[in-house]
Design a protein around this ligand. Structure first.
Ligand code: G3P
Length: 214
């Protein structure tokens, strides 16, 4: 299972890259705005750090604007993926972007039907929002499991990249469902690494060693 960092913060991303755990990055306008810097400069900083896919989302909502912005992002690196909200305009834009050689992901996906459309539109990745589905009273990871099953049923090549991941249980359920990837904030990646029993075990080993060896 691939781990993406859901962030536009170079320090956070660098820490995960240095650990060798970063298979790619997802950004969105909210995450880029949080950095308080120029949009393109922020993305450029991220692209320089990461060899895997970097998903970047246009601000425009009309097909010509989406295409224009996505092609600009694409100039920052071959690994840039145009991350498009699941709308008719994005579907139109997607066709052109694919013809021009860009990879495309469909984001803000909340149903398996949207994921079928994404695959039919030639998406390289589909991005279902697990936490926000939970917020709305659905079970987000069940939607992820449905998408994985449907893609398997029809041999569709679109990769499932689960997002809006709020905690360890989401990751576990996405992994069990067979999602290709999850994109996770750095704080949640930390929870995958740490366990209180590991810390206790390390402490006890050191104490026991000191008892004998001073
Ligand atoms: O990648 C999408 C993610 O950033 C959204 O997360 O927690 O705002 O639903 P959240």
């Amino acid at each position: 299972m691939k781990l993406f960092v859901d962030s536009a913060n170079v320090n956070e991303i660098k820490e995960i890259v240095d650990l060798g755990l970063c298979d790619g990055v997802t950004t969105n306008p909210t995450l880029v705005a949080k950095e308080g810097k120029d949009f393109m400069k922020t993305i450029e900083g991220v692209v320089k750090l990461v060899s895997g896919p970097v998903h970047v989302e246009p601000i425009a909502v009309d097909a010509p604007g989406i295409i224009r912005e996505a092609l600009e992002f694409g100039k920052l690196g071959k690994n840039v993926v145009a991350k498009l909200a699941m709308t008719k305009e994005s579907i139109r834009a997607s066709r052109t972007l694919k013809e021009k050689g860009m990879k495309v992901s469909f984001t803000l996906v909340f149903s398996a039907n949207q994921a079928i459309v994404a695959a039919k539109a030639g998406a390289d990745f589909v991005i279902p929002f697990v936490g926000r589905l939970d917020d709305g009273g659905q079970k987000g990871t069940e939607v992820v499991a449905d998408i994985v099953k449907i893609y398997k049923n029809f041999g569709l090549k679109t990769e499932v990249l689960a997002a809006s991941i709020r905690g360890a249980q989401h990751i576990l359920e996405c992994a069990l469902a067979g999602a290709h990837s999850v994109t996770i904030p750095k704080s949640v990646i930390e929870t995958m690494i740490k366990h209180p029993y590991t810390d206790l075990g390390v402490k006890k080993f050191i104490e026991d060693w000191k008892k004998v060896n001073g």
